[in-house]
Design a protein around this ligand. Sequence first.
Ligand code: ARG
Length: 293
Amino acid sequence: TTSTTTLVLPVPSAAVSTPERRRTTRHYLVCEPRHFAVEYSINPWMDPSAPLDTDLALAQWRALVEVYEALGHRVSRIAPVPGLPDMVFAANSGTVVRGRVLGARFRAPQRAAEADHFRTWFQANGHPRVVMPTRVNEAEGDFAWTGDLLLAGTGFRTDPAAHAEAQEVLGVPVVSLSLVDPAYYHLDTALVVLSEATPDHRAHIAYYPEAFSAGSREALRTLYPDAILATPEDAACLGLNAVSDGHNVVVPREATHLSARLTESGYTVHPVDISELRKSGGGPKCCTLEIRA
Ligand code: ARG
């Protein structure tokens, strides 16, 4: 007697090891670079004598916002203020986690006045209980929410004491990380959260190890063994200053290695040109403050 049995073998697929990269709708606060300029230098990218095309900066920023809108995200706008050329970098002005808002306190006097404009915006837009920090705190420039932890950078801008303050105000666990390369003066120039932690998966991040102290590097390796490690070239175009909704990642177009790794890992990459904003040391993420309900 002959009988045939068809054996159905499990097909090894990427899905076994790679979690589904699910998008969630985000709410972003942005500030049009109508008064953008490089008039002073508070980081190594800024050269006030270098040529800057402010019309192009505006066009590049508008294209960035169009990507967010095309992806279905909610975008709110704060009015730019003359005399505050760095106000376009909205990420530096607030950390919003689970509806709680911690404002900013800038290190450079040239940016100090920005903090109050954002405080006023939050108060007028559903967040009356903004807490203003007592220590230097450049908000999402140095704080990255992973879904279960707040990664916190220090070394150039945000005071380490601001990390404890953030934990107290926001009520979430904070992990301090030391930045050591002046070119990567904010955490968001060296690390990006690609997908947030879920009950089944740890958060997925990408970072540039050389931007961190040896101990911080070890801590990142322990927390995120499956992270994407960026190359010096990825970092040097501010490729890590990217914005992810869990599936779509908006990335400076020069970051080709990082983009390839993102695609392999199941993300959809949206390249953007940020040549003019980069002359101030900023990229997509710096322009984007995330409001987490
Ligand atoms: N020129 C600005 C500064 O030095 C750039 C800020 C960029 N923002 C950021 N989140 N990394 O403060």
